[in-house]
Design a protein around this ligand. Structure first.
Ligand code: LLP
Length: 452
């Protein structure tokens, strides 16, 4: 799926109608820039795709939890998938409907469980027997009945990055089917628990519908085998993990995922919950960063920018690919993100050249004016990079670069490492751009420290 509201025209990148170069001048760099319309479009696409079932779309707050973004998705009808008391706080602050909140995570504290019950959220997704016992105890102490779903571990290989696969038996997530079966049968022993359903989340991103089909077969069978008056199992939550285009990979549409999920949901008569994060947020933002220095050590060429792994950690952490291109550029960048005819050749060559360093012939500027470079940041670690061995138009100090597909797990995973204030976040709507999170200041870095 190409970028819908990020286009190159009139000599550069525009996010909706705002020129990236203007935004960088106005708000400084590094800068996260979100397109309101992209977020809304992605949300309505996912909602539409699953509309054949009775579906609640619970946006996964961890992917990008800025209050303004939660608010605009709430206005579009979103519920929320949360994993901490902090995310609950964010959603409530953004006006989210507690009856559309589902709370996952393997390590909910007593305080988090109590807060969730106080807010009367839709349900807690339970990840172990010990947690179920504890939710029972906390609910009993409050004189409440806790609505829960059991998070099943269906032992399905999502075939994604080892660090983000969650549905295999060696992963810490969920409850294996045999134990889940025992817990459901013994649910009467937990008088302060109301078992509303089951859920699963098999990993992220999963650019294939087959693992969903396998998971759904197992979950639907589980529901059929375990329904009882004490275990109504009216909700089936299949989690998130839907892909988003970063490079040139094949990413199923929401409709493709829905085609393998919805029939099973209908057969069980359940209500469906989906928890998309990346597929809504990733391609709704770019990270703008300024080239500070260009360095060529005779062996390798480096483009040194003012954003670092503290601002966007995904390449360092998962070797993930983010397309990088100058924001001021006359033409269409060679990427399927822009539906460019040049994309196939560009990526083919990138694969051929992968891992090549220090080869003078390859390091030469090519006929199109592209140079093989590493785009790196200011952090004192070699893992601080956005692109390795990439061809980009010959960079110069002061150029503005865009790191694309940065909306999901970008700002939300950012840190103050190397005592770097985190970037500002800007939301664009048409011509209008407004700051939805201010750039941090040095004072923010030491807020809360006693200094004594
Ligand atoms: N539901 C649950 C229970 C999850 O654990 C996650 C993500 C989601 C939904 C949303 O998944 P999505 O639709 O965004 O794929 N930091 C990694 C991704 C970690 C995903 C964690 N769980 C990255 O940058 O790729």
């Amino acid at each position: 799926m190409k970028l819908t509201h990020f286009n190159y025209r009139d000599g550069g990148l525009r996010i909706e109608n705002a020129a990236a170069a203007d935004l960088a001048r106005r708000f400084g760099t590094p800068l996260y820039v979100y397109s309101r319309q992209s977020l809304r479009d992605a949300f309505s696409r996912v909602k539409g795709a699953f509309s054949e079932a009775s579906t609640t779309v619970c946006y996964s707050v961890k992917s990008c939890g800025n209050l303004s973004i939660l608010k605009l998705l709430r206005e579009a009808g979103a519920g929320f998938d949360i994993v901490s008391g902090g995310e609950l706080y964010r959603v409530i602050k953004a006006g989210g409907d507690p009856r559309k909140i589902v709370f996952a995570g393997v390590a909910k504290s007593d305080d988090e469980i109590a807060k969730a019950l106080e807010h009367d959220i839709l349900m807690l997704n339970v990840e172990s027997e010990a947690e179920l016992d504890n939710i029972q105890a906390v609910a009993a102490s409050m004189g409440r009945v806790a609505p829960v779903a059991l998070r099943l571990n269906p032992d399905v290989d999502g075939k994604t990055h080892a660090k983000t696969t969650t549905g295999k038996k060696e992963n810490k997530f969920g409850i294996d089917l045999a134990n889940a079966s025992r817990l459901v049968r013994n649910i009467a022993e937990q008088p302060n628990i109301r078992l509303l359903g089951v859920d699963a989340h098999i990993g992220s991103p999963i650019n294939d519908v087959v693992p969903y089909r396998q998971a759904m077969e197992r979950i639907a069978a589980f529901i059929r085998d375990h329904r009882s008056p004490r275990a109504v199992l009216e909700y089936l939550n299949i989690g998130g993990g839907y892909g988003s285009l970063y490079r040139n990979e094949r990413v199923p549409d929401f409709a493709d995922y829905a085609a393998v999920i919805v029939p099973h949901v209908k057969a069980t008569g359940c209500k469906l919950i989906v928890e998309p994060g990346r597929s809504i947020a990733a391609n709704s933002a770019a990270l703008l960063t300024r080239v500070l220095y260009v360095k060529d050590n005779g062996f390798k060429h480096f483009t040194i920018v003012d954003a670092g792994m503290n601002d966007l950690i995904r390449p360092a952490m998962y070797d993930s690919y983010h397309f990088c291109w100058p924001a001021e550029y006359d033409g269409i960048p060679p990427s399927p993100l822009f539906d460019s005819p040049g994309a196939t050749g560009y990526f083919q060559r990138e694969e051929e050249e992968a891992g090549i360093v220090g080869n003078q012939a390859l390091r030469n500027i090519d006929a199109e004016g592209l140079i093989l470079t590493d785009v790196v940041g200011p952090i004192c670690e070699s893992s601080d990079y956005f692109a390795k061995g990439r061809r980009i138009p010959v960079p110069e100090r002061g150029n503005l670069m865009a790191v694309f597909s940065a909306g999901a797990y970008g700002f939300s995973m950012s840190s103050n490492y190397n005592a770097r204030p985190r970037p500002a976040e800007v939301l664009v709507e048409g011509d209008d751009a407004r700051v939805i999170r201010e750039r941090e200041r040095y004072e923010d870095l030491v807020a809360g420290e006693s200094g004594s």
